[in-house]
Design a protein around this ligand. Structure first.
Ligand code: Q0Z
Length: 287
């Protein structure tokens, strides 16, 4: 960071700084988390892959909804963005039934008030994508809520707009990814308002940290799917008998290398660009 910037927030693997009254700097580190624990070993360039993918999607979805992206920095991991008033809602869209959606379905037959057919299996494709909002937890897991609860948080009109925009974003990105051999099982984004009260996409978009990416050629409903990016890490951790509480284990070099290769592969398949071209000039993703 060349200029003075005040640190204003930390995520598991990202940092947020204030540049001035109107602008924030979002920096993606190379940290990786698994089973909700950040590991002591980094995956080189992971933050650049996520930043590049997010910017790629921002550039291609701006006709669906404007976004907060102002500039990509030359380091490839830092994004200058417009400061928004974030909605107190996690916008989640699911095209497949897994994770907390699968858990809720098994317990109640519904996900966030969407009643589903009775015979669905883990990872089944849903007849159509569903909007399944969640509350933003300061700590621990977001809590799924139904549309009535979500409408109370942001107002009915805004809720309707957020749902429509979220579904449109998911339909666009999942169709695009599927053509490139990657299933976008579900995704989460954050929307905010600009000074004029217009809806703006913030945070990150369609990265492997905010979405479940599954390799299409290994898709087999009825069981949990391998993760496109983190499967080597999870498999390695399972061999250790680690109890999944902090601290997490160090990763051996071959697991680091294999995982880095998967992130780079996701970037290259989705963007159609060489990752080296991104490293040379991040703005290539803006097309
Ligand atoms: C995003 C987060 C991170 C910790 C606030 N454009 C925006 N305007 C206002 N607020 C945000 C954004 Cl992106 C905002 N987060 C999530 C990101 C570290 C928390 F990198 N929090």
């Amino acid at each position: 960071m060349p200029e003075a910037a005040t640190h204003v927030g930390s995520g598991k693997v990202r940092e947020l700084y204030e540049l001035d009254d109107d602008r924030l700097l979002l920096v993606a580190s190379d940290r990786i988390s698994t089973f909700d624990v950040v590991l002591p070993t980094e995956i080189p360039d992971k933050g650049r892959v996520l930043t590049g993918l997010s910017a790629f999607w921002f550039a291609r979805t701006r006709e669906i909804v404007p976004n907060h992206l102002l500039a990509l920095r030359a380091d490839g991991r830092s994004t200058e963005c417009r400061r928004l008033e974030m909605l107190p809602l996690e916008c989640v869209v699911r095209g497949y039934l897994t994770g907390s959606g699968w858990k809720d379905y098994q317990a109640t037959g519904a996900v966030c008030g969407h009643r589903l057919a009775e015979d669905l299996r883990d990872s089944d494709k849903l007849p159509e994508p569903i909007f399944t909002p969640a509350t933003k937890a300061q700590e621990g897991h977001d809590e799924n809520i139904d549309r009535e609860q979500a409408a109370e948080l942001v107002g009915q009109e805004r809720f309707d707009e957020v749902e429509q925009v979220s579904l449109e974003l998911y339909r666009f990105a999942s169709a695009y990814a599927a053509e490139r051999g990657i299933l976008l099982a579900d995704t989460k984004f954050e929307l905010g308002l600009d000074e004029e009260g217009q809806l703006v996409l913030g945070d990150e978009a369609f990265t492997p940290d905010s979405s479940r990416f599954w390799p299409a050629d290994e898709y087999e409903p009825g069981r949990p799917q391998p993760s496109f990016d983190k499967q080597f890490v999870r498999d390695y951790c399972e061999t250790l008998g680690w109890d999944k509480t902090p601290p997490g284990p160090e990763l051996p070099d071959d697991v680091v290398a294999g995982t880095r290769a998967r992130y780079v592969e996701a970037f290259e398949r989705l963007t159609g660009l060489d990752f080296d071209a991104y490293l040379a000039d991040p703005n290539v993703v803006l097309g």
